[in-house]
Ligand binder design. Structure first.
Ligand code: CUA
Length: 365
Protein backbone atom coordinates (compact mmCIF):
# COMPACT_ATOMS: atom_id res chain seq x y z
CA UNK A 1 0.00 0.00 0.00
CA UNK A 2 2.67 2.46 1.06
CA UNK A 3 4.79 1.47 -1.90
CA UNK A 4 1.92 2.11 -4.30
CA UNK A 5 1.28 5.54 -2.78
CA UNK A 6 4.95 6.35 -3.15
CA UNK A 7 4.93 5.36 -6.81
CA UNK A 8 1.75 7.37 -7.42
CA UNK A 9 3.28 10.43 -5.78
CA UNK A 10 6.45 10.04 -7.86
CA UNK A 11 4.38 9.66 -11.03
CA UNK A 12 2.32 12.78 -10.33
CA UNK A 13 5.48 14.70 -9.51
CA UNK A 14 7.07 13.65 -12.79
CA UNK A 15 3.92 14.61 -14.73
CA UNK A 16 3.90 18.05 -13.10
CA UNK A 17 7.56 18.49 -13.96
CA UNK A 18 7.00 17.46 -17.59
CA UNK A 19 4.00 19.78 -17.89
CA UNK A 20 6.48 22.65 -17.61
CA UNK A 21 8.12 21.59 -20.87
CA UNK A 22 7.18 23.19 -24.18
CA UNK A 23 9.41 23.16 -27.25
CA UNK A 24 8.22 26.51 -28.58
CA UNK A 25 7.01 28.40 -25.54
CA UNK A 26 6.45 32.04 -26.48
CA UNK A 27 6.89 33.33 -22.94
CA UNK A 28 10.27 31.86 -22.15
CA UNK A 29 12.73 33.95 -20.14
CA UNK A 30 15.41 31.38 -20.97
CA UNK A 31 15.22 32.27 -24.65
CA UNK A 32 15.82 36.03 -24.52
CA UNK A 33 15.32 37.95 -27.75
CA UNK A 34 16.90 41.22 -26.71
CA UNK A 35 19.81 42.58 -24.64
CA UNK A 36 17.80 43.42 -21.50
CA UNK A 37 16.20 40.00 -21.30
CA UNK A 38 19.67 38.56 -21.97
CA UNK A 39 21.10 40.35 -18.91
CA UNK A 40 18.41 38.77 -16.77
CA UNK A 41 19.16 35.32 -18.09
CA UNK A 42 22.90 35.90 -17.50
CA UNK A 43 22.08 36.57 -13.86
CA UNK A 44 19.52 33.81 -13.48
CA UNK A 45 21.67 30.91 -14.69
CA UNK A 46 24.60 31.28 -12.22
CA UNK A 47 22.24 32.06 -9.31
CA UNK A 48 20.23 28.97 -10.24
CA UNK A 49 23.30 26.72 -10.03
CA UNK A 50 24.32 28.22 -6.72
CA UNK A 51 20.80 27.42 -5.46
CA UNK A 52 21.10 23.87 -6.83
CA UNK A 53 24.41 23.43 -4.97
CA UNK A 54 22.92 24.71 -1.69
CA UNK A 55 19.86 22.49 -2.16
CA UNK A 56 21.93 19.37 -2.69
CA UNK A 57 24.20 20.07 0.29
CA UNK A 58 21.35 20.90 2.70
CA UNK A 59 18.78 18.32 1.58
CA UNK A 60 21.48 15.72 1.06
CA UNK A 61 22.70 16.32 4.62
CA UNK A 62 19.18 15.98 6.01
CA UNK A 63 18.54 12.75 4.12
CA UNK A 64 21.93 11.30 5.08
CA UNK A 65 21.43 12.09 8.76
CA UNK A 66 17.85 10.74 8.70
CA UNK A 67 19.06 7.43 7.27
CA UNK A 68 22.31 7.16 9.21
CA UNK A 69 20.73 7.81 12.61
CA UNK A 70 17.30 6.26 12.04
CA UNK A 71 15.69 4.13 14.68
CA UNK A 72 16.69 0.48 14.51
CA UNK A 73 15.29 -2.55 16.29
CA UNK A 74 17.12 -3.40 19.45
CA UNK A 75 18.61 0.04 19.84
CA UNK A 76 16.34 1.53 22.47
CA UNK A 77 18.54 4.08 24.15
CA UNK A 78 18.84 7.65 22.91
CA UNK A 79 22.29 8.28 21.35
CA UNK A 80 24.70 10.72 22.92
CA UNK A 81 23.31 14.32 22.74
CA UNK A 82 25.83 16.87 21.60
CA UNK A 83 25.35 20.58 22.38
CA UNK A 84 27.46 23.30 20.89
CA UNK A 85 30.31 22.95 18.44
CA UNK A 86 32.03 26.26 17.96
CA UNK A 87 33.84 25.34 14.78
CA UNK A 88 30.67 24.02 13.11
CA UNK A 89 28.60 27.00 14.20
CA UNK A 90 31.09 29.52 12.91
CA UNK A 91 31.33 27.48 9.70
CA UNK A 92 27.63 27.41 8.96
CA UNK A 93 27.32 31.11 9.67
CA UNK A 94 30.22 32.17 7.48
CA UNK A 95 29.61 29.83 4.55
CA UNK A 96 26.07 31.12 3.74
CA UNK A 97 27.22 34.71 4.24
CA UNK A 98 29.97 34.14 1.68
CA UNK A 99 27.58 32.49 -0.78
CA UNK A 100 25.04 35.32 -0.40
CA UNK A 101 27.76 37.94 -0.85
CA UNK A 102 28.87 36.12 -4.00
CA UNK A 103 25.32 36.13 -5.37
CA UNK A 104 24.80 39.76 -4.39
CA UNK A 105 27.60 41.14 -6.55
CA UNK A 106 26.15 40.22 -9.98
CA UNK A 107 22.59 40.82 -8.72
CA UNK A 108 23.23 44.40 -7.65
CA UNK A 109 25.26 45.02 -10.79
CA UNK A 110 22.34 43.85 -12.95
CA UNK A 111 19.82 45.93 -11.00
CA UNK A 112 21.94 49.04 -11.54
CA UNK A 113 22.49 48.15 -15.15
CA UNK A 114 18.78 47.80 -15.84
CA UNK A 115 17.94 51.00 -13.97
CA UNK A 116 20.14 53.09 -16.22
CA UNK A 117 18.77 56.15 -18.01
CA UNK A 118 17.85 55.27 -21.59
CA UNK A 119 19.98 56.51 -24.49
CA UNK A 120 18.85 59.76 -26.14
CA UNK A 121 17.43 58.00 -29.17
CA UNK A 122 15.25 55.66 -27.12
CA UNK A 123 11.58 55.54 -28.00
CA UNK A 124 9.34 56.59 -25.14
CA UNK A 125 6.09 54.76 -24.60
CA UNK A 126 3.67 55.16 -21.74
CA UNK A 127 2.02 51.85 -20.88
CA UNK A 128 -1.24 51.86 -18.97
CA UNK A 129 -2.88 48.84 -17.40
CA UNK A 130 -6.66 48.84 -17.46
CA UNK A 131 -9.33 46.24 -16.78
CA UNK A 132 -8.46 44.17 -18.80
CA UNK A 133 -6.33 45.46 -21.61
CA UNK A 134 -3.16 47.45 -22.20
CA UNK A 135 -2.98 50.97 -23.59
CA UNK A 136 0.14 52.35 -25.27
CA UNK A 137 0.90 56.00 -25.89
CA UNK A 138 3.95 57.06 -27.89
CA UNK A 139 4.98 60.26 -26.16
CA UNK A 140 7.91 61.46 -28.30
CA UNK A 141 7.53 64.69 -30.28
CA UNK A 142 8.05 62.92 -33.60
CA UNK A 143 5.18 60.56 -32.76
CA UNK A 144 2.46 63.17 -32.91
CA UNK A 145 -0.54 62.63 -35.13
CA UNK A 146 -1.84 64.94 -37.81
CA UNK A 147 -5.18 65.28 -36.02
CA UNK A 148 -6.51 66.38 -32.62
CA UNK A 149 -3.97 69.22 -32.18
CA UNK A 150 -1.13 66.79 -32.64
CA UNK A 151 -2.21 64.19 -30.12
CA UNK A 152 0.21 61.36 -29.45
CA UNK A 153 -0.14 58.06 -31.28
CA UNK A 154 -2.12 55.65 -29.15
CA UNK A 155 -2.67 51.93 -29.61
CA UNK A 156 -4.19 49.10 -27.60
CA UNK A 157 -3.37 45.41 -27.10
CA UNK A 158 -0.34 45.27 -29.41
CA UNK A 159 2.76 47.34 -28.68
CA UNK A 160 4.49 48.00 -31.98
CA UNK A 161 8.22 48.73 -31.82
CA UNK A 162 11.15 48.83 -34.24
CA UNK A 163 13.83 46.16 -33.99
CA UNK A 164 17.22 47.05 -32.50
CA UNK A 165 16.03 50.21 -30.79
CA UNK A 166 15.82 50.85 -27.07
CA UNK A 167 12.25 51.32 -25.90
CA UNK A 168 11.82 53.18 -22.63
CA UNK A 169 8.52 52.18 -21.08
CA UNK A 170 6.83 54.32 -18.45
CA UNK A 171 4.31 52.12 -16.70
CA UNK A 172 1.30 53.82 -15.17
CA UNK A 173 -1.54 52.18 -13.34
CA UNK A 174 -4.47 54.05 -14.84
CA UNK A 175 -5.83 54.91 -11.41
CA UNK A 176 -8.77 57.13 -12.15
CA UNK A 177 -8.93 55.70 -15.65
CA UNK A 178 -7.37 57.46 -18.59
CA UNK A 179 -8.39 61.10 -18.46
CA UNK A 180 -9.39 60.74 -14.81
CA UNK A 181 -12.94 59.54 -15.25
CA UNK A 182 -15.41 59.22 -12.40
CA UNK A 183 -15.24 55.45 -12.07
CA UNK A 184 -11.76 55.84 -10.67
CA UNK A 185 -12.07 53.17 -8.05
CA UNK A 186 -12.76 50.49 -10.62
CA UNK A 187 -9.28 50.97 -11.94
CA UNK A 188 -7.40 51.20 -8.68
CA UNK A 189 -5.76 47.84 -9.11
CA UNK A 190 -2.19 46.80 -9.67
CA UNK A 191 -1.23 45.08 -12.91
CA UNK A 192 2.14 43.78 -13.97
CA UNK A 193 3.66 44.14 -17.42
CA UNK A 194 5.84 41.30 -18.60
CA UNK A 195 7.14 40.30 -22.00
CA UNK A 196 9.47 37.49 -20.88
CA UNK A 197 11.50 37.33 -24.09
CA UNK A 198 12.22 41.07 -24.13
CA UNK A 199 12.43 42.45 -20.60
CA UNK A 200 11.87 41.82 -16.93
CA UNK A 201 8.56 41.97 -15.14
CA UNK A 202 7.46 45.26 -13.66
CA UNK A 203 4.40 46.17 -11.60
CA UNK A 204 2.01 48.79 -12.89
CA UNK A 205 0.80 50.71 -9.86
CA UNK A 206 -1.81 53.50 -9.70
CA UNK A 207 -0.30 56.76 -8.54
CA UNK A 208 3.27 56.06 -9.53
CA UNK A 209 5.34 55.56 -12.64
CA UNK A 210 7.70 52.62 -13.04
CA UNK A 211 10.15 52.23 -15.88
CA UNK A 212 11.63 49.41 -17.86
CA UNK A 213 13.93 49.20 -20.83
CA UNK A 214 13.08 46.86 -23.67
CA UNK A 215 14.66 45.93 -26.94
CA UNK A 216 14.03 43.26 -29.55
CA UNK A 217 16.95 41.94 -31.62
CA UNK A 218 14.76 40.73 -34.48
CA UNK A 219 11.41 41.50 -36.06
CA UNK A 220 8.76 39.20 -34.68
CA UNK A 221 5.92 38.75 -32.30
CA UNK A 222 6.50 38.49 -28.57
CA UNK A 223 3.76 37.53 -26.17
CA UNK A 224 3.07 38.45 -22.61
CA UNK A 225 0.31 38.62 -20.09
CA UNK A 226 -0.58 40.52 -16.97
CA UNK A 227 1.42 39.04 -14.10
CA UNK A 228 -0.40 40.50 -11.10
CA UNK A 229 -3.90 39.47 -10.11
CA UNK A 230 -6.15 42.37 -11.09
CA UNK A 231 -9.70 41.07 -10.98
CA UNK A 232 -12.02 38.66 -12.68
CA UNK A 233 -10.34 38.62 -16.10
CA UNK A 234 -6.73 38.88 -14.97
CA UNK A 235 -5.99 35.62 -16.77
CA UNK A 236 -7.21 37.13 -20.03
CA UNK A 237 -5.27 40.36 -19.91
CA UNK A 238 -2.88 39.42 -22.67
CA UNK A 239 -0.52 41.56 -24.68
CA UNK A 240 1.68 41.25 -27.73
CA UNK A 241 4.73 43.16 -28.86
CA UNK A 242 5.23 43.33 -32.61
CA UNK A 243 8.78 44.27 -33.55
CA UNK A 244 9.15 45.59 -37.10
CA UNK A 245 12.12 46.02 -39.41
CA UNK A 246 13.19 49.68 -39.71
CA UNK A 247 11.35 50.44 -42.96
CA UNK A 248 8.18 48.71 -41.81
CA UNK A 249 8.34 50.70 -38.60
CA UNK A 250 8.57 53.97 -40.51
CA UNK A 251 5.59 53.01 -42.64
CA UNK A 252 3.66 52.05 -39.50
CA UNK A 253 4.40 55.39 -37.83
CA UNK A 254 3.39 57.29 -40.99
CA UNK A 255 0.10 55.42 -41.10
CA UNK A 256 -0.58 55.90 -37.39
CA UNK A 257 -0.16 59.64 -37.80
CA UNK A 258 -2.98 59.75 -40.31
CA UNK A 259 -6.57 60.30 -39.28
CA UNK A 260 -9.14 57.67 -40.21
CA UNK A 261 -10.74 57.98 -43.63
CA UNK A 262 -14.54 58.30 -43.73
CA UNK A 263 -15.75 55.11 -45.42
CA UNK A 264 -18.67 54.52 -47.78
CA UNK A 265 -21.56 52.06 -47.90
CA UNK A 266 -22.28 49.82 -44.93
CA UNK A 267 -19.16 50.98 -43.13
CA UNK A 268 -20.44 54.55 -43.41
CA UNK A 269 -23.66 53.47 -41.69
CA UNK A 270 -21.52 51.93 -39.00
CA UNK A 271 -19.60 55.16 -38.62
CA UNK A 272 -22.84 57.08 -38.12
CA UNK A 273 -23.95 54.55 -35.50
CA UNK A 274 -20.57 54.85 -33.83
CA UNK A 275 -20.57 58.63 -33.65
CA UNK A 276 -24.23 59.26 -32.74
CA UNK A 277 -25.94 58.16 -29.55
CA UNK A 278 -27.78 54.90 -30.25
CA UNK A 279 -31.60 55.01 -30.47
CA UNK A 280 -33.75 54.55 -27.35
CA UNK A 281 -31.05 56.01 -25.14
CA UNK A 282 -28.99 52.82 -25.24
CA UNK A 283 -25.72 54.70 -25.04
CA UNK A 284 -22.91 55.67 -27.35
CA UNK A 285 -19.59 54.23 -28.48
CA UNK A 286 -17.96 57.65 -28.25
CA UNK A 287 -18.43 57.78 -24.49
CA UNK A 288 -15.27 55.70 -24.22
CA UNK A 289 -13.58 55.36 -27.62
CA UNK A 290 -11.60 57.66 -29.88
CA UNK A 291 -11.25 57.50 -33.65
CA UNK A 292 -8.74 60.01 -35.00
CA UNK A 293 -10.21 62.61 -37.35
CA UNK A 294 -13.77 62.24 -36.02
CA UNK A 295 -15.59 63.76 -33.06
CA UNK A 296 -14.82 60.61 -31.08
CA UNK A 297 -12.02 61.57 -28.69
CA UNK A 298 -12.81 59.81 -25.41
CA UNK A 299 -9.73 58.20 -23.89
CA UNK A 300 -11.33 55.66 -21.52
CA UNK A 301 -11.42 52.70 -23.93
CA UNK A 302 -9.04 51.50 -26.63
CA UNK A 303 -8.25 54.05 -29.35
CA UNK A 304 -9.79 52.56 -32.50
CA UNK A 305 -8.25 54.88 -35.13
CA UNK A 306 -6.32 52.02 -36.74
CA UNK A 307 -8.29 49.08 -35.38
CA UNK A 308 -7.86 47.06 -38.59
CA UNK A 309 -4.19 47.82 -39.17
CA UNK A 310 -2.43 44.47 -39.73
CA UNK A 311 -0.27 45.01 -36.64
CA UNK A 312 -3.37 45.26 -34.46
CA UNK A 313 -3.62 41.49 -34.52
CA UNK A 314 -5.85 41.04 -31.51
CA UNK A 315 -8.46 42.96 -29.56
CA UNK A 316 -10.12 43.23 -26.14
CA UNK A 317 -7.04 42.25 -24.16
CA UNK A 318 -5.73 40.15 -27.03
CA UNK A 319 -8.34 37.49 -26.33
CA UNK A 320 -9.35 37.24 -29.98
CA UNK A 321 -7.72 37.75 -33.34
CA UNK A 322 -8.89 40.97 -34.96
CA UNK A 323 -9.45 39.04 -38.19
CA UNK A 324 -11.93 36.74 -36.41
CA UNK A 325 -15.18 38.29 -37.55
CA UNK A 326 -17.38 35.95 -35.49
CA UNK A 327 -15.48 36.86 -32.35
CA UNK A 328 -15.79 40.57 -33.07
CA UNK A 329 -19.53 40.20 -33.65
CA UNK A 330 -19.92 38.22 -30.43
CA UNK A 331 -17.98 40.88 -28.57
CA UNK A 332 -20.27 43.65 -29.83
CA UNK A 333 -23.38 41.51 -29.27
CA UNK A 334 -22.69 41.21 -25.55
CA UNK A 335 -19.18 41.76 -24.19
CA UNK A 336 -20.14 40.38 -20.80
CA UNK A 337 -21.22 37.08 -22.34
CA UNK A 338 -17.76 36.41 -23.76
CA UNK A 339 -15.68 38.25 -21.14
CA UNK A 340 -17.53 38.47 -17.86
CA UNK A 341 -17.00 41.72 -16.00
CA UNK A 342 -15.78 43.62 -19.04
CA UNK A 343 -16.16 47.41 -18.84
CA UNK A 344 -17.55 47.50 -22.36
CA UNK A 345 -21.34 47.80 -21.97
CA UNK A 346 -23.95 45.67 -23.68
CA UNK A 347 -25.88 48.13 -25.87
CA UNK A 348 -28.36 45.50 -27.09
CA UNK A 349 -27.28 46.05 -30.68
CA UNK A 350 -29.38 44.54 -33.43
CA UNK A 351 -27.70 42.19 -35.93
CA UNK A 352 -27.93 44.94 -38.58
CA UNK A 353 -26.24 47.39 -36.26
CA UNK A 354 -23.51 44.86 -35.48
CA UNK A 355 -22.91 44.25 -39.21
CA UNK A 356 -22.57 47.98 -39.83
CA UNK A 357 -20.26 48.55 -36.85
CA UNK A 358 -18.07 45.60 -37.83
CA UNK A 359 -17.82 46.99 -41.37
CA UNK A 360 -16.78 50.35 -39.91
CA UNK A 361 -14.19 48.82 -37.58
CA UNK A 362 -12.69 46.81 -40.45
CA UNK A 363 -12.45 50.01 -42.52
CA UNK A 364 -10.16 51.59 -39.90
CA UNK A 365 -6.85 50.55 -41.43
CU1 CUA B 1 -4.01 43.07 -15.09
CU2 CUA B 1 -3.72 41.00 -13.96
Amino acid sequence: MRKRLLWAAAGIGLLLLLSGCAPEATQDTLQPQGPYAEKLKDLFIPVFWVAVFVFIVVEGGIVWIAIRYRHRKGRERIPAQVHGNTRLEIGWTIAPALILAGVMVPTVATIWDLARKPPDDAINVTVRGLQWWWDFEYTDDDMRTSYGDGASIRAADVLVIPEDRVIYLSLEGAGGGIGGDAEARDYMVIHSFWIPELAGKQDVVPGRTNHILMQADHPGMYEGQCAEFCGLQHGRMLVRVRALAAEDWEAWVENQKQASVAPTGLAREGMDLFLEPLSDGRGSCVTCHAVGGTDATAPAGPDLTHFADPTHECFAGCNWETSDRDALEAWLRNPDAVKLGSKMPDYHLSEDEIDALVAYLYSLK
